[in-house]
Write a protein of this length. Structure first.
Ligand code: NAD
Ligand code: TYD
Length: 368
């Protein structure tokens, strides 16, 4: 294998989701990439083609193709590999929210584990011992479990997942790794920390808090609010994925992190302050006469999430040293950009909040 890789047709699974759609946009900006992108997504509640409107406009039908399909549909996957001559996979498609996995783990097993198995089997059959191809599996730092006050996750930290979500991702990682060792499938895995930024579905901490605050709703903090996550701006995650796609060694795992550890409560306070500067409650119609003067008055402490991991922190020296990656934004810059993005994208927010994006889809892409 010579580097950089030169894929002609990249299959992105879950490309209509938060990170997948940001990644597709970034791939078209990658000067090393001249090929086509096939976005394969079955459009669950988290998939929204509105995220890719300008990609469809600029590249649709020439370098960008959307295929509505589930990753468990082997027949359709086979046809798609064949029709587009797929020689690289970047596998994002997953159920991604810990709280949903606690309420209903079944979908997580089907999509994250069985679905990854189905992707691996399809790639193995289609590629038939080729070595100039790559199966890149996108995973999470949550597979490593929870840390105490000290220490970091390294690539060789033993897996100890605690939620159905992280257990399903850990299981998928093991399958991907096994396909390298057993069948020689050229695979790469990356395990990233918590992402935030434009187009994130408002069930995750940061967009949920921004939108609840703007709508004058409570800001629910689980437990004591002192759980720590390591936050990375989504475009910095995408620049790491681009680097790994082009230069990552087959069989290797790379940790990706922001080196930005924050307690949840501090993040929510910071969001409230940024909103206070940009859109004070007295100018926000949603507030009416409810007497709230500062967004932080909306904070409420609620019952803790079961099995709530206390702290995540990622060591990403391997990626930095071997592939020369580094993040471009500080957490403060990324958070400001993110708040601004949600303030500036009222239509997107309304479509998501009201479920209108389904009718937007029908209108723009025809009934599915
Ligand atoms: P997301 O929930 O926003 O998007 C998931 C996408 O996958 C959606 O477009 C959905 O329609 C699609 N999908 C779900 N099931 C499918 C199926 N059976 N067939 C085809 N498509 C299907 O998720 P995200 O936050 O963008 O995360 C993407 C990936 O990155 C996931 O694998 C996740 O585990 C991983 N990851 C996420 C984070 C984070 O902070 N969000 C951090 C590290 C790793
Ligand atoms: P989340 O965005 O769901 O990501 P993950 O569970 O994958 O880390 O949650 C981030 C942190 O924020 C986590 O410690 C749980 C906490 N949290 C709240 O306190 N309140 C909320 O409403 C949500 C969604 C999360």
């Amino acid at each position: 294998m010579t580097f950089p890789r030169n894929p002609k047709a990249v299959l992105v699974t879950g490309g209509a989701g938060f990170i997948g759609s940001n990644f597709i946009r970034s791939l078209f900006k990658n000067e090393l990439f001249k090929g086509v992108v096939v976005n394969l997504d079955c459009l669950t509640y988290a998939g929204n083609l509105e995220n890719l409107e300008e990609v469809e406009r600029d590249f649709g039908g020439e370098r960008y193709f959307f295929e509505k399909a589930g990753i468990n549909d082997r027949d359709l996957l086979e046809q798609i590999f064949d029709r587009h001559g797929i020689d690289a996979v970047v596998h994002f498609a997953a159920e991604s929210h810990v709280d949903r996995s606690i309420h209903g783990p079944g979908e997580f097993i089907q999509t994250n584990i069985v679905g990854t198995f189905s992707m691996l089997e399809t790639a193995r059959a289609a590629w038939n011992d080729r070595r100039d191809v790559v199966f890149y599996h996108i995973s999470t730092d949550e597979v490593y479990g929870s840390l105490g006050d000290e220490g970091h996750f390294f690539e060789n930290t033993p897996y100890a997942p605690n939620s159905p979500y992280s257990a399903s991702k850990a299981s998928a990682d093991h399958l991907v790794r096994a396909y390298f060792h057993t069948y020689g499938l050229p695979v790469v895995i990356s395990n990233c920390s918590n992402n935030y930024g434009p187009y994130q579905f408002p069930e995750k901490l940061i967009p949920l808090m921004i939108l609840n605050a703007l709508e004058g709703k409570h800001l629910p903090i689980y437990g004591d609010g002192k759980n720590v996550r390591d936050w990375l701006f989504v475009e910095d995650h995408c620049s790491a994925i681009n680097r790994i796609l082009m230069y990552g060694e087959a069989g290797e795992t790379y940790n990706i992190g922001g080196e930005n550890e924050r307690q949840n409560i501090d993040i929510v306070h910071r969001i409230c302050e940024i909103l206070q500067e940009n859109c004070p409650p007295e100018k926000n119609d949603a507030f009416g006469q409810n007497g709230i003067r500062h967004y932080r008055d909306l904070i409420v402490y609620v019952k803790d999430r079961p099995g709530h991991d206390r702290r995540y922190a990622v060591n990403c020296d391997k990626l930095k040293e071997s592939l020369g990656w580094s993040p471009s934004l500080t957490f403060e810059e990324g958070l400001r950009l993110t708040v601004r993005w949600y303030l500036d994208h009222e239509d997107w927010v309304r479509h998501i909040r009201t479920g209108e994006y389904s009718s937007w889809l029908d209108k723009n892409y025809g009934k599915r």
